[in-house]
Design a binder for this molecule. Structure first.
Ligand code: ATP
Ligand code: MG
Length: 390
């Protein structure tokens, strides 16, 4: 069994037992050693008896002519009683050490249990949270310790997760609804043709035209959905002229510009843009398309670019119908339309700006909108320069 797979409480107890064992056994060894030196050694030194003690006359002092040869000290023998004392001392000591280690470990286990209780409680609470009750929050302990900080971070993460889950659910429901509508219209048209007597050539033509319209709508929708998830191909990112990009977008939208008689001013001299050309073409085309679609007849659009040390800023301002203030941040949500029936009439699905935002985010840029009802709307896109990205 690996130590890492043991519960934290058991690991702490084992660690404490190990530290206690090392400390106690070292102390015990030191004690035994000291005891032998201090108490046992003097008892073994041979005692030399003096003449007075032996009751004899002291011998006259004579100076020996030859220095005495030092004789080897007698080897003391350890008395059996001393050996018994030593064994008793050591065994009692070791018994005490084992008792200290055992009681220390039990105490550590209990104290660790108490100290780790907030962690155990937190883990139990987290276990009860799943995708069906992401609104639940774990309790934050009043202490200002690590567990309290962990609980706050967990709650913050779960809130973000819930938001993303809800957005995902809405997206799936909206996508299903948007896909269902043209399919249902096509099926209904086919049924109508089949119901009556044999249809005339005119009726066939009408039914086919309707079906084609709905199939085209489906096609656009599916392409838009795919575009939203398109990855940024970093290898395809280049620096190119913003003026050229907008010229090609405007040539695509020329018919709509003409039909509404909209005046377009472009101020993009020497403005470079860095990124994947196709994706940025789609992103700016969506903004410009809206500026035409939601503009008044004979209105105007101003496209301006400014260079900054780290970024390029492009603003697209129109003189259109405007967006209510409380809805300016919702228009980037997939399938969101300020006026659903108007957007439907104009052939919109509410995906244009969410695609634009997804593309700008992939380029590490930002998009902001300012609008005044009946006056117009201004979109501002900021994109990092090539030097900032690398
Ligand atoms: P799609 O772009 O998929 O064809 P759409 O234009 O309705 O459909 P978005 O481009 O995502 O969808 O725009 C979302 C909503 O924001 C629009 O329905 C519209 O109400 C509002 N909107 C966007 N741009 C403008 C604008 N320039 N002026 C006024 N309203 C706008
Ligand atoms: Mg649009």
């Amino acid at each position: 069994m690996r130590i890492n797979s043991l519960p934290l409480r058991v690991r702490l107890t084992l660690l404490m037992a190990m530290i206690l064992s090392i400390a106690c056994f070292s102390l015990m060894a030191a004690l035994i050693y000291t005891a032998r030196i201090v108490y046992v050694a003097p008892q073994l030194v041979p005692k030399v008896s003096t003449s007075e003690e032996m009751g004899r006359e002291p011998l006259p002092v004579t100076i020996p002519s030859v220095p005495p040869i030092p004789s080897a000290p007698p080897i003391p023998s350890v008395p059996p009683v001393l050996i018994e004392q030593q064994i008793n001392f050591a065994s009692t000591g070791f018994l005490c050490v084992i008792l200290i280690i055992a009681s220390g470990s039990v105490l550590t286990y209990r104290v660790a249990g108490g100290a780790l209780k907030p962690v155990t409680d937190l883990s139990k609470e987290i276990e009860e949270i799943d995708e069906n009750n992401l609104y639940r929050q774990v309790q934050v302990p009043p202490s200002k310790d690590e567990v309290s900080r962990l609980s706050i971070s967990f709650n913050r993460m779960i809130r973000k997760l819930e938001k993303s889950f809800t957005a995902h659910k809405h997206f799936t429901a909206n996508a299903a609804h948007e896909l269902k509508t043209p399919i249902a219209a096509m099926l209904a048209r086919i049924e109508v043709v089949q119901l009556g007597g044999p249809p005339s050539l005119e009726e066939y033509k009408e039914a086919l035209q309707d079906t084609q319209c709905n199939a085209e709508r489906l096609n656009i929708l599916v392409h838009d959905l795919l575009r939203m998830n398109a990855d940024l191909n970093v290898a395809a990112c280049v620096t190119f002229s913003a003026k050229e990009l907008f010229q090609s977008i405007l040539s695509e939208l020329a018919a709509e510009v003409q039909s509404k008689d909209i005046d377009i001013e472009v101020h993009l001299e020497d403005i470079p843009v860095y990124g994947e050309r196709n994706l940025l073409h789609r992103a700016f085309s969506n903004i410009l398309h809206n500026a035409i679609k939601y503009n008044k007849p004979n209105g105007s659009i101003q496209i301006t670019g400014t260079r900054h040390p780290d970024t390029t800023r492009i603003t697209i301002a129109d003189t259109g119908i405007g967006i209510p203030e409380d809805q300016t941040d919702k228009i980037f949500e997939p399938f969101y339309c300020v006026d659903k029936s108007r957007s439907r009439e104009l052939g919109g699905n509410g995906l244009g700006l969410s695609i634009t935002k997804a593309v700008i985010d992939k380029h590490s840029g930002s998009i902001q909108v300012q609008s005044a009802m009946g006056m117009g709307t201004t979109f501002e896109v900021q994109l990092p320069n090539a030097s900032t990205v690398y």
